[in-house]
Design a binder for this molecule. Structure first.
Ligand SMILES: *[C@@H]1O[C@H](CO)[C@@H](O)[C@H](O)[C@H]1NC(C)=O
Ligand SMILES: *[C@@H]1O[C@H](CO)[C@@H](O)[C@H](O)[C@H]1NC(C)=O
Length: 289
């Protein structure tokens, strides 16, 4: 009897552990992504690690198999260490065509010990010019950190390790198109951009340091997947058994304070305060920041 009870509870706790594991484990890269270019310079290792590399002849890149229309997407990245000047690691969502939508993270490398720049942008219907740039409050090459995009019909929030760094609100009410009709794939690439990336192109890539490698792990997407014109989220946001609270998520007071902290201490460029660039007045969405 005692034996029975203990084996039942062992089975039960194993089941609970398994359930928790399934709920929190990240997706298999082999099922989610295709390496799209780089002739072997991009690799998926054991399904749970992906690496991109760059040398003098080529960079490399991958894209998601799924197309998404809204989602909360997390990826951990560890950027090119050491002298990464001239290299750019781009990680972004993008649709296709000449009036495409795009949500960008780009990491501009630097000399050893000098800070990376995290560059962000949002394109709607083919129009971007909405750059914000940041330094990070840690060394992004020493370890993996989580870079997240929350994209729902009201807003796009860029976060780093759960700290929001940028919010782009839906400003359709004042005439600014918002990405909400075109499904996007996740893309990433590592390439040479030493004509502009580091100190505006002054510092060139040191090819004696090649190959340069960036790594990815723990991909997680709570997202609406679009296939054959149908969204996995169905017609109404609350349909289905899935927890889709992210579809209406917004920044609470604590997160708004964190966002202000980042913007005050780590933001190095904001198009909404670049008056030289917009002598006729700032783009309309800047009122909503
Ligand atoms: C590289 O380091 C220099 C010197 O600290 C800094 O001005 C620059 O913003 C850094 N980042 C890039 C990508 O140039
Ligand atoms: C849904 O998810 C949110 C945040 O991810 C969580 O706070 C909430 O408790 C969840 N609700 C249900 C019913 O699981």
């Amino acid at each position: 009897m005692a034996l029975n009870i203990s084996s039942t509870s062992t089975t039960l706790s194993a089941f609970i552990l398994l359930a928790v594991y399934i709920a929190t484990t990240s997706a298999d890269f082999n099922n989610e992504f295709d390496i799209t270019w780089g002739e072997g310079r991009g690799k998926i290792i054991n399904g749970d690690l992906l690496t991109l590399s760059l040398d003098k002849s080529s960079g490399s890149g991958f894209e998601s198999r799924n197309e998404y229309l809204f989602g909360k997407i997390d990826m951990q990245l560890k950027l090119v260490p050491g002298n990464s000047a001239g290299t750019v690691t781009a990680y972004y969502l993008s649709s296709k065509g000449s009036t495409w939508d795009e949500i960008d993270f780009e990491f501009l490398g630097n000399l050893s010990g000098d800070p990376y720049i995290l560059h962000t942008n949002v394109f709607s219907q083919g129009k971007g010019n909405r750059e914000q740039q940041f330094y990070l409050w840690f060394d992004p090459t020493a370890d993996f950190h989580t870079y997240s995009i929350l994209w729902n019909p009201q807003r796009i929030i860029f976060s780093v390790d759960g700290t929001p760094i940028r919010e782009f609100k839906n400003a359709e009410s004042i005439g600014v198109p918002f990405p909400k009709d075109q499904a996007m794939r996740i893309h990433s690439s590592l390439w040479n951009a030493d004509d502009w990336a580091t100190r505006g192109g002054l510092v060139k890539t040191d090819w004696s340091q090649a190959p340069f490698t960036a790594s990815y792990r723990n991909f997680k997407a709570d997202a609406c997947v679009v296939a054959s014109g149908k969204s996995s989220c169905g017609g109404s946001a609350s349909s289905g058994g899935n927890n889709q609270t992210w579809l209406s998520e917004q920044l609470d007071n604590t997160k708004q304070e964190r966002l202000r902290w980042v913007q005050k201490n780590y933001m190095i460029y904001n198009y909404c305060s670049d008056s030289k660039r917009f002598p006729q007045g700032f783009p309309p969405e800047c009122q909503m920041a």
